[in-house]
Unconditional design. Structure first.
Lengths: 889, 122
């Protein structure tokens, strides 16, 4: 079928060169056939699998070649064939010895070239160690490739929660899954110890544990009967981490009890360390799903649980989605009020976890790849310069009978040895750089950052790219020397060939163009970060403290009890010295919490389910807007008398009013959100950012905590001084209301604001750093080429000066030469930047991928730096003494 | 040259699986890899380098040999390409495999006696 050899096939063929020729002669065809079959399979599964296969094939070759060489040597020793002349091992050994000697003879060249390569290879190795840990390794669970997440869909909106009742039906009716399990993560209050504490709880079905199959350190998992709803088996499974922190790794933990949310649970099992079963997080404790505390939390129509499943072997994700969709259609007929317009969405669990890391890591990997290309171009240029001065040596060797192939092979061996020296140095660099990169971005990665490091796989990668780099920068000089008729060159003047200059200029253009591309990427990311930091979140984050707590449902079982607790807490907080004002809000901005409901507007014709405007709904106590300094555009804030029994009220944001009642007053209008209560608009608040700084402006609504009492809330405190210094006083204020109430996640709003730009910031810094390295290496490159060209042209310059040209004219001549190269490089660079900018699209905010000012600025920077690099050679040229120049020949 | 099969032991997992794959007839390289991948449920997924590196070593130690050129099978399978070489186990290879399996059996029996394998599930 494949008549023409594809690029990848040619690459594989080239990579086989690292095997002994005798082995290649026997097996190369079969190996290529083998790789082609694999590639065919991988292509049908998508680009990611192709990339993974390419990496696997490269590892496979690099890991096995040394063994094959060794076997060859051992064989020869065993059979005594050592005396055979001119066989491949001898040639290789000879070439190696010669390469080492030749490199040692020019230490300056060798050191500069090896260091340039080490920088490039090291940066690649460091970033690869992260990419490998995050993107290439499978999740640490059995059958990880078959694990999926099932989300609910409302109309066309995916990523929604699932109703527990739907999950039960899916599990009963679907045929695509080995097993489906459900999970609801929520913090739980642990009491009975010295101070109340909060654990990360996972409310799970027994089938959930079977899907994820965590390794257990001791004890057992739940049985299906134990996680039936309603709940009847108060049992708990601890993580190793929680077992160590809260129970001192008590060896007799099984059978002991702990009090969670006021209920006594018996520990039946402990997981092994680092079992990140809950969407890549390690839950402190797992308890049966039936204990989920929120009233109606498991009712049909409440979409709050998460569902994971393990596909049957051979079942594709798409088929599973169609299976569930069909069931959802049946359910919509059976429960038209609850299930109309709902659907199911099936995603790979791995994608869900690592998806967000893919774009930034791809950017970084591309950036370091470009740095390595520039380094290779640079070394190739250095080699060419050397090649010119080695013409004599090579010609003599040719005259003595060395074939062109042998000479090319010799030069290539030298390049690969050089690259390997660079590779060895790079490993030391990479170890340091990996630590640096992990320190910078480790916290934002979806893997245990202690698992990232320079291991065997990463070393193999370094080896493979060293060899590839050696081939890359070694091939142009090797081919050139083998093609040129050396005897001819001996007769003519050395190195003045036009072809030579074209090759070298091309290499400089490649370097500059690649640098421009990286600079443009760094520029766009910088502009985007500036835009992000300039976003007005809609509130004043200065001196603001936030924290969270959840009341135990068993203790606060009536709306009155909750309202009283919240009221007393607000009073205590406002009375603290050092507090300017304080209020409670269910979900504070940028904390990651928040809920969204479809809105119904009074007097409007009904719309299709799924098409309603979505409102981000929050509950607050009076004083929230003043504390946050969110402006109230019209109307009033909540007051203490807005309680259950009084008129249900709501405050909406400006964006919602503008979209819903443009040009009208919103006050007095009525809306409904997720339930049957009509709420009257009493105020309009300014827009705020809630989940992320770069979100599209949400429609927002606020209702009084007292009219919608829920057990979870956050507190916001505007401090007079350092907000974090108030944490202790705030905790004690809450304890004056309820001694058993744990309270957690003390953060200043500054921290949350910083956190929301942290990932953009590190991507920008790293890309910027690599761009700088690229620019530096490319400048050295253009400097080197010009200096070299000038020495070649000394004679010409001498004649010009002798004929009356002044220093200025000579300088101009050199600069114009350089400008020509730079101009071509800028054009090529801009074209490639435009093409590459698409890669950045998802990582940009507030700036387009083809932003003209950014491109103009980086073009200027590149041209200026490149010209500066030309200055010294130009000046040197203008000072040529014509007599010396002419005598030189 | 008469060799002692004991000198070949223990086998690496890859060599062991290649011999197992060849135990019921001759196969070409890719088919060996596929069979191993299937029979180990994807636990052993070897690339071309691993496979042919091992094949070469096994040819040298004469536990396998190249099968004589093969005519197209009657049920002309389109992947059955003339380029492909087929490999089969030698009598010496079969002896090595048997000895290795005996050795592994002895290990498993020992583990059983120490209650380490099988029946330990709760």
């Amino acid at each position: 079928m494949t008549v023409r050899r594809s690029l990848s096939e040619r690459a594989y063929r080239a990579a086989l060169l690292i095997f002994p020729p005798s082995f290649r002669a026997r097996f190369a065809a079969e190996m290529i056939e083998f790789a082609r079959e694999r590639a065919h399979q991988a292509r049908s599964r998508g680009a990611f699998d192709v990339a993974r296969l390419a990496a696997r094939l490269a590892f496979d070759l690099a890991a096995t070649a040394p063994g094959v060489w060794l076997a060859l040597v051992r064989d020869r020793d065993a059979t005594g064939e050592n005396a055979l002349p001119r066989d491949n091992m001898d040639i290789l050994a000879q070439d190696l010895r010669f390469a080492v000697r030749s490199l040692m003879r020019r230490p300056a060249f060798t050191i500069v070239a090896a260091l340039t390569l080490a920088l490039g290879i090291g940066a690649n190795t460091a970033i690869f160690s992260v990419v490998d840990a995050v993107l290439l390794r499978p999740l640490p669970f059995p059958h990880a490739d078959r694990l999926v997440v099932v989300n609910g869909m409302q109309g066309t909106q995916g990523g929604q929660g699932v109703s527990y009742a739907d999950y039960v039906d899916w599990r009963r009716l679907s045929r695509s899954f080995d097993e489906l399990g459900t999970l609801r993560g929520q913090s739980v209050n642990l009491t009975g110890g010295d101070a109340p504490d909060r654990l990360f709880g996972a409310f799970v079905s027994a089938s959930f544990i079977r899907v994820m199959t965590p390794t257990m350190a001791r004890g057992r998992v739940f049985t299906d009967a134990e996680t039936e709803v309603p709940a009847s088996a108060p049992l708990a499974i601890l993580s190793s981490e929680a077992w160590a922190t809260h129970f001192g790794s008590d060896p007799a933990i099984l059978g002991k009890t702990l009090v969670l949310n006021g209920t006594t649970f018996t520990v039946v099992g402990v997981m092994a360390p680092r079992q990140a079963v809950a969407y890549n997080a390690i839950p402190d404790v797992m308890v049966p799903i039936g204990y989920y505390p929120n009233a109606n939390g498991l009712a049909r129509g409440t979409r709050g649980v998460s569902v994971v499943g393990r596909l049957k072997s051979g079942v594709m994700i798409d088929a599973a989605r169609r299976d569930l969709s069909a069931i959802e259609k049946q359910l919509a007929e059976s429960y038209p009020t609850m299930n109309a317009g709902t659907d199911a969405e099936v995603l790979s669990l791995r994608e869900t976890i690592i998806g967000p890391s893919r774009a930034p890591l791809t950017i970084l990997l591309t950036a370091v790849g470009v740095v390595l290309l520039i380094a290779c171009a640079n070394v190739a240029n250095l080699q060419l310069a050397r090649g010119a001065s080695r013409v004599r040596e090579l010609s003599v060797r040719a005259a003595l009978g060395a074939g062109r192939r042998r000479i090319a092979q010799q030069l290539l061996t030298e390049s690969i040895v050089l690259a390997l020296v660079g590779g060895v140095v790079s490993v030391a660099l990479a170890m340091g750089m990996t630590k640096g990169v992990v320190a910078l971005i480790g916290a934002q990665l979806p893997v245990d950052s202690t698992s990232i490091g320079v291991d065997g796989r990463v070393l193999t990668f370094a080896l493979v790219i060293s060899i590839l780099a050696g081939l890359l920068f070694g091939l142009p000089p090797a081919l050139k020397s083998s093609r040129a008729d050396l005897a001819d060159m001996l007769r003519t003047r050395i190195g003045a060939g036009l072809g030579h200059r074209v090759t070298r200029n091309t290499l400089v253009i490649v370097q500059l163009a690649l640098s421009l591309t990286l600079l443009a990427a760094a520029g766009l990311l910088t502009r985007s970060l500036i835009a992000l930091q300039r976003v007005n979140p809609g509130f004043d984050g200065d001196r603001l403290l936030t924290a969270q707590f959840r009341l135990p449902a068993a203790k606060y079982d009536t709306p009155d009890k909750i309202a009283t607790m919240f009221e007393r807490t607000t009073t205590e907080l406002n009375a603290l010295p050092g507090v300017e004002s304080a209020a409670l809000v269910r979900a504070s901005p940028l904390s990651g919490n928040g809920e969204t409901y479809p809105a119904t507007i009074e007097g409007r014709p009904p719309v299709k389910p799924g098409d309603e405007p979505q409102l981000q709904l929050n509950s607050t106590t009076p004083g929230y807007f003043a504390t946050m300094r969110i402006p109230l555009v019209v109307g009033r804030d909540f007051i203490a008398s807005d309680r259950i029994g009084a008129l249900p009220v709501v405050i909406v944001n400006r964006a919602f009013v503008d979209a819903t009642w443009p040009g009208q007053s919103a006050i007095g209008k009525r809306i409904r959100m997720g339930d049957s209560t009509w709420r009257t608009v009493i105020g309009v608040a300014g827009d705020t950012r809630h989940f992320t700084l770069n979100e599209h402006q949400l429609f927002q609504a606020y209702v009084p905590h007292a009219q919608r009492p829920q057990i979870f809330t956050s507190l916001v405190v505007r401090a007079k001084g350092d907000p974090l210094a108030l944490a202790r006083a705030v905790r004690e204020a809450v304890w004056r209301v309820d001694r058993d109430q744990p309270i957690w996640r003390f953060r200043s709003m500054e921290q949350d604001l910083d956190g929301s730009v942290a990932s953009s910031k590190t991507t920008m810094w790293l890309t910027g750093l690599f761009a700088l390295v690229a620019l530096l290496v490319a400048s050295v490159g253009i400097y080197g080429v010009l200096s070299y060209t000038m020495t070649q042209r000394t004679q010409e310059v001498g004649i010009r000066i002798a004929l009356g040209a002044n220093a200025g004219q000579v300088r101009r001549m050199v600069i114009v030469d350089a400008l020509r190269v730079i101009a071509v490089a800028v054009v090529v660079g801009l074209v490639s930047s435009f093409a590459m900018a698409g890669l950045l699209r998802t990582s940009l905010y507030g700036v387009g991928p083809h932003d003209v000012p950014t491109f103009a600025a980086v073009t200027l920077v590149l041209s200026a730096v490149a010209l500066a690099a030309c200055y010294i050679p130009a000046r040197r040229a203008s000072r040529v003494d014509p007599m010396v120049a002419l005598r030189a020949e | 040259m008469a060799r002692d099969p004991q000198t070949q032991l223990p086998l690496t997992p890859v060599v062991l699986h290649i011999l197992l794959a060849l135990s019921d007839g001759e196969r070409h390289g890719y088919a060996i890899a596929q069979e191993i991948q299937e029979s180990t449920q994807g636990q052993i997924r070897m690339g071309p380098g691993t496979l042919y590196g091992s094949i070469q070593r096994m040819l040298t130690s004469a536990v396998i040999e190249e099968a004589p050129a093969r005519r197209r099978a009657t049920n002309a399978d389109e992947s059955d390409d003339a380029r492909r070489r087929y490999y089969r186990m030698t009598a010496f290879g079969r002896r090595v495999l048997e000895l290795e399996l005996d050795r592994l059996n002895a290990v498993v029996r020992l583990a059983r006696r120490k209650h380490l394998a099988g029946g330990a599930q709760a």
